[in-house]
Design a protein around this ligand. Sequence first.
Ligand code: SIN
Ligand code: MN
Length: 257
Amino acid sequence: MTWSDEQFAKYRKDGYLFVRGLLGPRDLGALNETLPELLAGDEARDGMHREREKSGAVRQVYSADRHSPPFRALVRRPEILGPVRALTGNEVYVWHSKINVKDSFEGAVWLWHQDYGYWMWDGVEPKLTSVMVLLDRATVNNGCLMVVAGSHAWGRQEHFADTVTTSYKQWCVDVPTLRRRVREEDIRHIAGEPGDVLFFDCNLLHGSGHNMSPLPRKTFIVCYNDVANTPRPVEQPRPDWVVSRAYEAVRLEPAAT
Ligand code: SIN
Ligand code: MN
């Protein structure tokens, strides 16, 4: 399963492609059923790493693809894996996956960054592709993802660690670079419905605002790496939940009908 030539061309030009309605109500039903347990669990019991907002609300839950059968199946879907393999030009493995929660009125900002801004320090080349599945309706009010079209072509920009804005250390691009590079007309809001899916390049500049809405904004992001791009040894290797050591290629698993 793959995309049309036009879709590949658009991805290469913009650094992302937003595919509407990739998942249907049955897929979403199965994912939603497992969510309460994934969000409410604790690491000591289930081994899933979680980040929290300053308020204590869950901000991120890592590795659902290892712990929940519907999420495991999702990262093996031909409609997702097919284009990712074609973009990579090789087999891929799961670098990591996370449910980004951004609860109503509590979910906080993600500052502008390129994922490869920090993944470079994990000892890999920029051959990673991320796929974000909307689990809730994403709107401008609830802090939908924003991307800067074409920014992947800038290549990696310098990043610094922001430790004050949220509960969570964020690698982000500094303001002078943003002022120099970002044009207002290139900022796109990835607003959509549950089941819509964004594919994006690891050098695409992206971020999102605070959730100012009564609607929660849950998404699932899975990042794939080229099987030929496993990390070189680095001084400070990060844990397996964020830099997976499970390097085996993901095999296709067509959805059950
Ligand atoms: C991310 O960059 O991983 C998160 C962005 C978001 O969920 O808004
Ligand atoms: Mn990111």
